[in-house]
Design a protein around this ligand. Structure first.
Ligand code: ADP
Length: 630
């Protein structure tokens, strides 16, 4: 549909047309970003899941190492319950040499087992003997009844406890067991193990391993600075309890600034895998594993930068793919639209074509009908033309006859005069012969011969004028001769009017026309001029010939009254005449124009500026010599 300003309704879609590309670009950007985000998220999560699997394996290995390390010393406290020196000490601590014996035994055991300290407490929690008895900071005699491992063992259970030593602030793992009867122990055996060798094995580049105890306090860490930090917030009551038990020897236990980024779906529901961040650092994968047989919890923190790089690559790839697919879709859509437009255009073209063909068929039918009509008309015209030609020929002849008729009075007068003279001369000649006057008779006879010749010329001219054009004399006429002959034919009328005749006709001018026909034209034109100047005081007949524009022209001018408006309008109409009945038929100019046209010429008329009519005939020049007309 084409809109034009005159439609009144401006195209309502034009603002939309401007907005649509922006909307399309925006949609493209959103889709590409969405695809990129999905690609990023999917790859990131998948990479994290793989990383978590590796982490699980690593943690299990660590846990097994830890368990076996701790289990290595399980036997030590039980071993003490079997020893007679320890038993003796517990039963009679004050007996001389008991303590020294026990101390030596414990020192020897400690050295062999590779533990940090081994000591024995009595039932009230007082240290009776210790492997470090020789050191100045020895526990000997100390009251450790507040220690949880003592309480557990005195109640008949095995105690496991991580704590910081009160004397030397040395951290370690305490294992305790009741000595003597389980229900009523005589004392408690304690062994302290250092976990540093494990810690040293944990130190890696990419990951951080933390071991938190039942209080959520880090007791082992691949990064030593994290040690004795709280993984979860400690309530004031908890802190008080810990202060009382001196478990961490009043260490400040700062809160580790680990913040949750988001939990991961693949991890176990509680304490599962999660993305965490340490202060403003990059996100890390946090994984947990509960250590079997303890309340301890292993935490593995691994760097996620590789997963992020992989995710960013996937995001870029997904974005590029999405853009490619969308652009492909857009290109396909454009192509489909072009194809449908092309189909529509083809259908429209075919419709227009068939419409055109229908119209052409209609027009052809119309045209052939008109053609038949035209052919019929042409045939009619041809018939009419033949009829007209016939009529014109008839009229030509009639015109000639009319001229002959007009001339007949003059001719009769012309012939009567020599006839009367002939009668008189012949009568006189007879008398002169009778008298013997032969000279005079001879003169009369010569006059008679002259008169007869003149009469012969008159009738000859008349005969040749009236002759039918079918017996034409050829197609070249000398203009001067034709004018002479016309003037001769009109001699009587010329003599009657007696005009001043101006004549300028070069003898070499020859025109392509039958001489008789040309004379007929000239007789008409000169005759009309004579009629016009008949009553003029100083009648003038001017005949001038000249060549111009490849034609020979002859003007026949008079100083008569000239042509009226009405005469101009109807001059070449047949039977138009202003002359009285019997003098004019109104055919002269019509026939003259016809003759000139037939011979490739024409006839024009104007009123001369000095007065009178001026007719100009024009004919093509002839290239053959004229035949003499007698
Ligand atoms: P006709 O001489 O028989 O009338 P023409 O066809 O020769 O027929 O002339 C038609 C008319 O044109 C004349 O009747 C006359 O009115 C006018 N006409 C022709 N020649 C002249 C002339 N030289 N001067 C004035 N009028 C003329």
């Amino acid at each position: 549909m084409i809109f034009s300003p005159s439609d009144g309704a401006p195209p309502a879609t034009s603002p939309w047309r401007r907005i649509v590309p922006f909307v399309a670009l925006l949609a493209l950007a959103i889709l590409v970003t969405g695809a990129g985000w999905l690609g990023y998220r999917y790859t990131y999560d998948a990479a994290l899941a793989r990383q978590a699997e590796r982490g699980q394996v690593q943690m299990r290995l660590y846990a097994q190492a830890l368990e076996s390390e701790l289990a290595r010393y399980d036997y030590v406290p039980s071993l003490l319950s079997l020893d007679a020196r320890i038993d003796a000490l517990l039963r009679q601590p004050a007996a001389p040499g008991r303590v020294a014996q026990a101390n030596d035994y414990l020192a020897a055991l400690n050295g062999r087992a590779g533990t940090r300290v081994v000591y024995v407490l009595d039932a009230r929690g007082k240290v009776l003997a210790t492997s470090n008895h020789q050191r100045p900071d020895s526990y000997l005699g100390e009251d450790l009844s507040f220690r949880p491992y003592f309480r557990a063992a005195i109640e008949g259970q095995l105690g496991r406890f991580y704590g910081v030593g009160t004397t030397r602030s040395e951290s370690g793992y305490y294992l305790s067991a009741p000595l003597g009867d389980r229900d009523k122990p005589l004392g408690v055996a304690v062994v302290k193990i250092g976990l540093e060798p494990l810690e040293n094995r944990w130190q890696g580049n990419d990951s951080q391993m933390l071991l938190a105890d039942e209080n959520g306090v880090v007791i082992l860490a691949s990064d030593p600075s994290w040690k004795l930090a709280a993984l979860r917030p400690l309530s004031p009551e908890q802190r008080q309890t810990l202060d009382r038990s001196l478990q961490y020897n009043r260490a400040p236990l700062p809160q580790l600034a680990l913040s949750m980024v988001r939990p991961l779906a693949n991890g176990p529901a509680q304490g599962g895998d999660a993305l965490v961040r340490l202060r403003q650092g990059p996100p890390m994968l946090a994984q947990h594993l509960a250590l079997p047989g303890t309340d301890w919890d292993l935490t593995l923190l691994t760097n996620t930068s590789q997963a992020r790089v992989a995710a960013l690559n996937s995001a870029a790839l997904a974005g590029v793919l999405a853009a490619f697919v969308l652009l492909l879709g857009a290109a396909w859509n454009v192509r489909r639209r072009i194809a449908s437009e092309r189909l529509a255009a083809r259908a429209a073209l075919e419709a227009a074509n068939s419409e055109l063909e229908r119209k052409v068929a209609e027009r052809t039918a119309d045209l052939s009908a008109s053609n038949h009509l035209l052919q019929a008309e042409v045939a009619e015209r041809t018939r009419t033309e033949a009829y007209l030609r016939q009529a014109q020929d008839g009229l030509t002849q009639a015109g000639k006859l009319a001229a002959v008729g007009q001339m007949s009075a003059g001719i009769a007068h012309e012939l009567n005069q020599p006839l009367a003279a002939l009668r008189t001369l012949s009568g006189n000649t007879g008398k002169f012969l009778a008298r013997g006057d032969y000279d005079t008779a001879q003169q009369n006879l010569e006059k008679i011969i002259g008169l007869v010749e003149r009469m012969g010329r008159i009738t000859g001219a008349l005969r040749s004028f009236a002759r039918n054009p079918a017996a034409g004399q050829g197609h070249a006429a000398r203009l001067a001769d034709a004018v002479d002959n016309a003037l001769f034919l009109l001699d009587t009328r010329v003599a009657a009017v007696a005009p001043r005749i101006e004549r300028e006709i070069a003898p070499h001018l020859v025109v392509a026309c039958d001489p008789n026909r040309l004379e007929q034209v000239l007789v008409n034109l000169i005759g009309n001029a004579l009629d016009a100047i008949r009553n003029q005081p100083a009648p003038l007949l001017a005949l001038h010939a000249y060549e111009a524009g490849g034609m020979v022209h002859l003007t026949v001018r008079d100083n008569g009254p000239g042509l009226s408006e009405a005469a101009f309008a109807r001059l070449f109409e047949p039977f138009f005449t202003t002359k009285p009945a019997g003098e004019g038929l109104g055919l002269g100019l019509t026939l003259s124009a016809g003759i000139l046209n037939e011979n490739g010429g024409n006839l024009t008329a104007i009123n001369h500026p000095d007065g009178g009519a001026c007719f100009t005939l024009a004919l093509p020049p002839a290239h053959e010599a004229p035949r003499h007309v007698g």
